[in-house]
Ligand binder design. Structure first.
Ligand code: PMP
Length: 286
């Protein structure tokens, strides 16, 4: 699904066939989870292929690397250029792009030397095709005093892995994780919004990965006269909401059917989420 014999990838300033590319078993990131990455999407537009918020994604990649003491020898413009070349070489239009920065061979804990940059892309349609049944996870998001929650670090995703697998085994589609104080933070790979009293609510920055899609949706909401408020809230406050949805590069905007088996009051078609989804689809493709 991700690659075949024709797929070209970028690895450390070289273009290689995915099937021929290799890396070592002693890479530090592999052992200790200190790698940083991004997930981006490209869309076919009337002006050709466009990577949505490419600048913001690569800025976040460099920010994440810096926070993790990883030296990455690339600038944002250079990364954008590589990304577009990658799409062209693989003849991709509506795709998902994955840059990954990982540290070199080193069994110590300190991230020494120059990092490796791997970038690949593949054709990817919708992530979910139905409204998600969500449960509040027994697992909490990492405390911001323990790690940089606003950085996209590979090791942080062990938290997402256990939360989603636990939710799936219990018959749900997704998990909603609380922060270390018991307020709703985000899902395993997406931010969360709910609608109540003609307002959209979402968790403030601090305990979440502040999503680039979250910001796009907040801006679209403002442009459309929809009030958005960032605040701390509990799952109980969400139970009698009119609607709710996730935002993220992979999921784009995804409807939520219920939280902890409590369905939302309005039909998805009658919510702000649906309206913003239409707006988002248009925004991404122009
Ligand atoms: N939270 C987490 C934990 C994520 O992994 C993601 C996906 N990157 C998001 C939120 C949404 O971020 P974005 O909109 O930038 O993709």
């Amino acid at each position: 699904m991700y690659y075949d014999e024709n797929t070209t990838i970028f690895l450390n300033k070289r273009w290689l066939k995915a099937k021929e590319a290799t890396t070592g078993l002693y890479q530090q990131s592999f052992h200790y989870g200190n790698g940083v990455f991004e997930g981006m999407r490209s869309y076919q537009t009337s002006d050709g292929v466009k990577v949505l918020k490419a600048h913001e994604h690569f800025e976040r990649l460099l920010y994440s690397a810096k926070k993790m003491y990883i030296n990455l020898d690339y600038g944002v413009d250079e990364l954008i250029e590589i990304c577009y070349q990658l799409l062209e070489k693989n003849n991709l239009q509506n795709a998902y792009i994955r840059p990954l920065v990982y540290t070199d061979e080193n069994m110590g804990l300190q991230p020494e030397g120059q990092a490796n940059l791997f970038m690949c892309a593949w054709k990817w349609g919708k992530y979910y095709d139905k409204a998600a049944k969500v449960m509040t996870s027994p697992f909490r998001r990492p405390d911001p005093k323990s790690c940089h929650v606003d950085a996209k670090v590979t090791g942080h995703y062990t938290n997402s892995v256990i939360a989603i697998e636990d939710a799936k085994q219990k018959g749900f589609d997704e998990a909603l994780l609380l922060d270390s104080h018991g307020f709703v933070a985000e899902a395993t790979g997406a931010n969360f919004f709910y609608q109540k009293d003609n307002t959209l609510f979402t968790a403030p920055k601090g305990n979440i990965l502040p999503g680039i899609t979250r910001k796009v949706v907040m801006d679209l909401a403002k442009e459309n006269g929809i009030k958005v408020e960032e605040k701390y809230f509990t799952p109980e406050e969400v139970y009698d909401a009119d609607g709710a949805f996730f935002t993220g590069t992979a999921v784009e905007i995804n409807a939520i059917e219920s939280l902890d088996e409590k369905p939302f009051k309005k039909d998805w078609q009658d919510t702000f989420g649906h309206e913003l989804h239409q707006q988002f689809n248009q925004y991404a493709r122009t």
